[in-house]
Design a protein around this ligand. Sequence first.
Ligand code: SF4
Ligand code: SF4
Length: 439
Amino acid sequence: MVKTSFPKGVHPPEEKDRTSNIPITDLPLPEKILIPLSQHLGKPAKATKGRGDTVTVGERIGEADGFISAHVHSPVSGKIKKLVQLPLPGGRMGEYMEIEVDKEATEAFSFPEKEFDLENATQETVAQALKEAGIVGMGGATFPANVKFTPPKGKTLDSLIINGAECEPYLTCDHRMMLEHAAEIMAAIRILHKAYAFEQILVGIEENKSDAAQALKEEADKYQDLPIQVITTKVKYPQGAEKMLIQALTGRIVPMGKLPLEVGAVVSNVQTVYAMYEAFYREKPLIERVLTVTGDGIAEPKNIRAPLGTPIAKLYEFCGGMKSEPRKMIAGGPMMGIALPTIDYSVMKGSSGYLLFDRPSVPEEGPCIMCGRCVQACPMNLVPLRIAALAKAEQYADAKEYDATSCVECGACAYGCPAKIRLVAWIRYAKNFINIRGL
Ligand code: SF4
Ligand code: SF4
């Protein structure tokens, strides 16, 4: 196992000790779930069920609307009480389905394991199974997996990159998934390889999770026919960003504004690969996920398996409640996550964790002192201070000239900024305007 990395980046404190040794526990079924129809990148799914309808576990309740979209399935059996418009993390409004849970029927339901027809696995059957199961990238990007695994004509995917980096501080759900589900992850990789005949399969794991790397390596050793390597990377943020991981593991550089496909690579997070296992071997759609609830504001931090649509208040309750009124709440990790103004949100396909902090929120911005730290940190070789200044001056066309749209919003620039300038927020603002104005 080699230790490798990408140029630049930052080293925030890891803060993973609270939960890295805590096994995944199942959340008791909530009385109701509030499941959004927009849990993925692209167009929201269209509701296929309405108020008063009964649903069973795994039934499709939302239909993908277009190419970049994903189906949504019910994680429970029960009755649909209403469809409502509520805020999604980030502020956009979205449609939610409220389902009253029939606990008995939900608990009685199961997805028995089936034989998978490995010999006849093709790119089409794999992509179709991913689409049917509504699988999207569970590392946070939420890009529909079937689209990622459907290369356009003339393009080939020669490298499968399995993302076990989990570089965001505090989060440990992927770490636990690798430790507890290495066999299932490898079984899904085997099917992907059968369909795509990859030249190389590289599993990237940061060296602070050497036990997980060992677990996957032991499983990988059972598949002598796979061109697979488990590679330990240095601990550096944002090691888990797709382009950085590809560079660290293969040396290939994805050109500005292009996708990993451009260099023949497809990247999948370990938890997404586990969801593929469930789709292939149990025909189980994506209806639950594992996430980390942690931070100094929560009584008993945990790694929890929860149905999608679970109100996050239920997660906090399961973790012994909040120690006090939290002063900051984040969906996701502290670097790329989204600050939540209230607890009125639900678990979604891309929810890797919820962090509660008992300390003051965002500090005042000071003037830029031109120290250049943000430039030194940016793994995309951008000039964050310049793009942020152009965004503040509403000069969006100029911000585009400075490649604002190539920003992966990793937050490495803002992390070390002594003036506490909200660089990512300004750059995101510029990106939105560039998109809205079709620049
Ligand atoms: S400019 Fe974007 S890509 Fe570069 S460090 Fe900042 S957030 Fe990350
Ligand atoms: S790190 Fe902050 S203060 Fe330093 S150059 Fe960048 S924006 Fe300015």
